[in-house]
Design a protein around this ligand. Structure first.
Ligand code: GLA
Length: 387
């Protein structure tokens, strides 16, 4: 892909300017979209993501001492890490690095230091997984550079440990899995219970996917996210005491929800059950080329995330509601963790620029925020090139 090759060349030059040598490896990991299956991953449901042409790129060379020197253009800072010594991260991107390095060393060895230069164009805090791209690019790089003996799914799980242990967010595997294992031009059908995936062409004819960024950063996201994880786990526990055949989230049927007395927990579990079914229904709708139905399922997903799971926000809701009045909009919904970030939308291709000049000014006049709109390509997952 020419766009990526140009970026790699560009970052490689920056590495050379910073460290006075050429890189020996370049690691690349993409951000992701998710068509449907939101807040289902940590409860072992289904999702339908794809990687997009926004990347974190890391150039790398070995050193002959125990120092790890990482320069980050995006964050305008440099960290120095001495293998075997305690490191106190002063910025959050350094926590990701520290997490990756320490978790990698739990099972593998890093026998000498390295220089690295990090760059990225995955929009930050926008629900397209810039942090997962950073984790995956780093973990994949360490695996190649220090001959780590683990497969892609273990790599993804290692990256999740960074979120759990270093960032304190009990997230699922959606972001890292999509960043590592996506295939160009395909959507992925992901099953978090069996940890298996398959790819399929999801032809969308005269339509295209488009993201609209609210530019609202997800400040509450961390604590509310953990709250949802806990609420749904509490729901499963209660259901299990009431009906012993319910052991996993996927054992819960829509009728079981009525067994729950707590209204909030009931809504949370309802979201899981209905959203999981929507992923299955969306796959079928793609198979039968029923794009109207795909659009409807996206809108239902949004309603469920807004009313039952309560992870949307007024800005996201506005974008979806306003889009509904646009002729050529088939459906859309909030995407990712919620409380800000992007909506994902199916819009008629020939009306894309009309849609842009419709939705962005409307958004600006309502919230006084300059939103952004992105078209994107679906690209391959992470890769490491060795020179
Ligand atoms: C965030 C998390 C993912 C997933 C989504 C919601 O992106 O990192 O694990 O839970 O939210 O689907």
């Amino acid at each position: 892909m020419q766009e990526l090759e140009n970026l790699k060349q560009n970052i490689s030059n920056k590495f050379t300017n910073t460290f006075n040598e050429s890189p020996e490896m370049i690691s690349v990991a993409p951000g992701r979209i998710n068509v449907i299956g939101e807040h289902t991953d940590y409860n072992l449901g289904f999702s339908m993501p794809a990687a997009i042409n926004r990347w974190v790129i890391i150039c790398f060379s070995y050193r002959n001492d125990n120092i790890i020197k990482i320069s980050s253009e995006s964050f305008g800072s440099t960290m120095e890490y001495h293998l075997g010594k305690h490191f106190e991260p002063s910025q959050s991107w350094m926590q990701y690095m520290q997490g990756a390095i320490e978790i990698y060393q739990r099972t593998e060895k890093i026998d000498r230091g390295f220089n690295a230069y990090i760059w990225g164009n995955v929009p930050l805090g926008s629900g397209v997984s810039s942090s997962a791209a950073l984790e995956v690019a780093t973990m994949a790089l360490l695996r190649t550079a220090y001959k780590g003996n683990f497969d892609d799914v273990s790599l993804v799980i290692n990256c999740q440990k960074i979120e759990h242990e270093y960032l304190g967010v009990k997230s699922g595997l959606l972001d890292q899995y999509a960043s590592q294992l996506s295939k160009a031009g395909k959507l992925m059908s992901l099953d978090f219970q069996s940890l298996t995936h398959s790819y399929f062409d999801a032809a969308i004819g005269k339509y295209c996917w488009v993201l609209v960024n609210t530019k609202v950063k997800r400040e509450l996201a961390g604590s509310k996210y953990s709250e949802r994880v806990e609420e749904t786990q509490a729901g499963l526990k209660t259901l299990n005491t009431l009906k012993s055949t319910i052991k996993k989230f996927r054992d819960i049927t829509i009728n079981d929800i009525d067994l729950l007395e707590n209204k909030v927990i009931k809504k949370r579990i309802k979201h899981f059950v209905t959203e999981n079914q929507r992923v299955i229904d969306t796959a079928k709708a793609f198979e039968t080329n029923n794009l109207d139905l795909v659009g409807k399922l996206l809108l239902q997903s949004h309603e469920s995330l807004k009313n039952d799971y309560e992870v949307s926000c007024v800005e996201l809701d506005f974008l979806v509601e306003k889009s509904l009045q646009f002729d050529g909009f088939l459906g859309g919904r909030m995407m990712g963790g919620g409380f800000g970030g992007c909506t994902i939308n199916l819009v008629e291709k020939t009306k894309l620029s009309q849609y842009e000049s419709y939705i962005l000014p409307a958004y600006k006049s309502r919230f006084n925020i300059e939103g952004e709109i992105y078209a994107f390509d679906m690209v391959d997952g992470a890769s490491v090139e060795v020179f």
